[in-house]
Design a protein around this ligand. Structure first.
Ligand SMILES: [Zn+2]
Length: 69
């Protein structure tokens, strides 16, 4: 039973990680994602700021914004 509990714990832990949302500037040139929608890195975005899944942002080749490291 102990092993099963650990498995369930890990399963839910992973599920949580995958649903983490980040903010990006919806521009074809944006290469960064942001944890905070009020981040100064998004301040000069002339496109719409949208919320997407962090895994999708990484797959698109985006990296965490320099202001938030
Ligand atoms: Zn940022």
């Amino acid at each position: 039973m102990r092993t099963l509990s650990l498995f369930i714990f890990l399963f839910f832990n992973n599920t949580c990680k995958e649903t983490t949302s980040v903010y990006i500037c919806n521009s074809p040139y944006a290469k960064k994602y942001h944890n905070n929608s009020k981040c100064r890195g998004l301040g000069n975005c002339t496109y719409k700021v949208i919320s997407i899944d962090i895994e999708k942002a990484k797959k698109d080749g985006k990296v965490l914004c320099g202001w938030e490291k």
